[in-house]
Write a protein that binds this ligand. Structure first.
Ligand code: SF4
Length: 266
């Protein structure tokens, strides 16, 4: 399992151990400090906590198996999702406490998510596939309002929106450029795609993937050579590979991403 994915899985496992330790300390204090507690409620609390930990622990075990076998072993998706979603905030906090950058943990979560989506082998029709892109990909000096309608882009080549439009046209998929999570969610609710290729920063991708649990999302990180939320870029080749995968097409011979060739501000 590549190091990028291992980080997140390791933090999940540490979180379970942490919660288990916490449960033992609470149990010790309750039984040795003479605190009066109804025996039935006490047993229910401990039993519930133990059951939760067992389910979460199994979820992580299944997750490791799924990642390790690259989809060769079928594991219960709901248990893996429960483990990931319940422990993610704790894993993020514990990681930070030991000095691991939040963005690095989020990037690891996104890599784990992408592998699980890949393992599922989801194939959809072009009209059910959506490319969701952030507004910050648009060149800051562009006068055209593309969040209302991406066809307002004139294709001048100054930013990656031009390439994303070309991809959307080539493969016949939907493309939406959104200014934030709320708009992204409302677009997804309205158009009900069956799969999404989402481009965003670590924070937005993480929350977006968790928000739309029932729709498989391939997350692609944007790059920020000029700082966050400003003239950001994306690896078009990676977007195209994700589209082809969802469409059940063999990996293509892509053009090189134009990346540095965008004539930003020119
Ligand atoms: S490609 Fe040109 S017209 Fe299209 S959004 Fe970017 S800057 Fe604007």
């Amino acid at each position: 399992m590549p190091i990028k994915k291992r980080l997140f899985v390791a933090l999940l496992a540490i979180s379970v151990v942490f919660l288990g330790g916490l449960a033992i300390i609470v149990w010790y204090l309750l039984t040795h400090q003479g605190i009066l507690l109804n025996q039935i409620i006490f047993a229910l609390l401990i039993g519930g906590a133990a059951l939760f930990l067992v389910v979460i622990g199994l979820g992580i075990l299944f997750l490791v198996l799924a990642l390790w076998s690259a989809g060769g072993i079928q594991t219960p998706r709901n248990m893996m999702l429960l483990a990931v979603n319940s422990l993610f905030p704790l894993a993020l906090t514990l990681g930070q406490l030991v000095g691991i950058d939040r963005e690095k943990i989020r990037a690891s979560f996104i890599a784990v998510n992408n592998q699980l989506v890949h393992n599922r082998g989801v194939h959809v029709n072009p009209q059910d596939l959506l490319i969701l892109a952030p507004h910050c990909l648009q060149w800051s000096g562009c006068p055209h309002k593309i969040t209302m309608d991406v066809n307002n882009c004139k294709g001048c080549g100054k930013c990656p929106i031009d390439d994303l439009r070309r991809l959307a046209d080539t493969y016949g998929v939907q493309l939406a450029v959104v200014t934030g999570g709320t708009l992204a969610r409302s677009f997804v609710r309205k158009h009900r795609p069956k799969a999404i290729v989402a481009v965003a920063c670590e924070r937005d991708l993480t929350s977006g993937i968790q928000d739309v649990k029932n729709v498989p999302v391939m997350g692609i990180l944007n790059s920020r050579p000029q700082g966050p939320c400003f003239n950001t870029l994306v690896d078009i080749k990676q977007v195209e590979e994700s589209l082809r995968e969802f469409l059940g097409m063999a990996p293509g011979k892509n053009e090189e991403p134009r990346g540095i060739n965008y004539r930003l501000g020119g």
